[in-house]
Design a protein around this ligand. Structure first.
Ligand SMILES: Nc1ncnc2c1ncn2[C@@H]1O[C@H](COP(=O)(O)OP(=O)(O)OP(=O)(O)O)[C@@H](O)[C@H]1O
Length: 269
């Protein structure tokens, strides 16, 4: 089995600008990054640094303003909307903070949905096996409202993995969970990489979550400014995050005021 040799997703000089003219916001500046197949990458950075934009561009949910995004060997720039939708449906999996399961469907029906949308019937046992992988073999007939948050997120992971995508993108997958359910979700993502060579890219604010990754990338002001090759400890990740947040705060401070003339001659103001 080859691991880590080819890129599941590649961004070449990707710039993303929202809006036009002077009021436009450059959310990504010529970002250059590859996510090797069979690896787990965490993306961190202060609020507004461009994490979600990076994820949306890398997943083909949004188009880059310039530069190239290559998903599973296919450059997305040349694709029609319909072809891009098909690429996303067949080669990309998503897990969001808010689970996004369909309330009227059972766990098994939710997991089968991507296969049905791709126009194929699940093979016998396929959905059950995927639910078993996330430890929910006994919940197949339950609807989302009958499951805990952690269980719902595990169903969402099963739904994302059922098509065996080239890459799984997770946007704050533990953000709405208690610590124990969060750890379970992270263990599952890690296991999908270790056991099935899955490629995972996860945006997170949580250093403990990022510590499950093989590599942590740090964004600031739309640029990749730092990286840690893992396994990295949560403490080191937290330290680097704190440094970036401090640097961002410093940049946002107004220009220091000129020293005032002291009202008391001879004393420093
Ligand atoms: N649709 C949009 N229109 C205009 N500006 C946007 C849009 N989406 C994001 N931005 C801006 O682009 C920059 C990057 O935003 P992005 O949401 O990618 O950051 P983030 O790191 O994911 O932030 P957070 O951690 O707060 O979710 C920010 O300045 C944001 O205000």
């Amino acid at each position: 089995m080859t691991t880590g040799h080819t890129a599941a997703v590649e961004l070449q000089a990707v710039t993303k600008k929202y809006g036009a003219g002077e009021r436009g916001v450059i959310a990504l500046h010529e970002v250059e990054v590859a996510f090797p197949a069979g690896t787990f990458t965490a993306v961190m950075g202060p609020s507004g640094s461009g994490k979600s934009t990076l994820l949306h561009c890398a997943a083909g949910l949004d188009r880059a303003t310039s530069g190239a995004v290559i998903i599973d060997g296919t450059p997305v720039a040349g694709l029609s909307e319909r072809a891009l939708t098909r690429l996303r449906r067949e080669r990309v999996g998503f897990v969001f903070q808010a689970f996004n399961l369909i309330a009227a469907l059972t766990a098994a029906q939710n997991v089968a949905l991507p296969l049905r949308l791709a126009g194929r019937s699940p093979a016998p046992g396929e959905v059950a096996a995927t639910l078993a992988e996330v430890g929910l073999a006994d919940r197949a007939g339950h609807r989302p409202s009958e499951m805990s948050g952690g269980q719902q997120q595990r169903v969402a992971i099963a739904r994302a993995l059922v098509t065996r995508p080239a890459v799984l993108f997770a946007d704050e997958p533990t953000g709405a969970l208690d610590a124990r359910s969060g750890r379970e979700v992270l263990r599952l993502l890690r296991a999908s990489v270790d056991r099935h060579d899955q490629t995972v890219v996860m945006v997170t604010h949580d250093p403990f979550a990022a510590a499950h990754a093989d590599r942590v990338l740090f964004l600031a002001d739309g640029r990749l400014v730092d990286s840690l090759d893992g396994p990295a400890g949560a403490q080191e990740i937290a330290l680097r995050t704190a440094r970036l947040e401090e640097a961002q705060l410093e940049r946002q401070q107004p220009e220091p005021a000129r020293p005032q003339q002291s009202r008391f001659p001879g004393m420093a103001s």
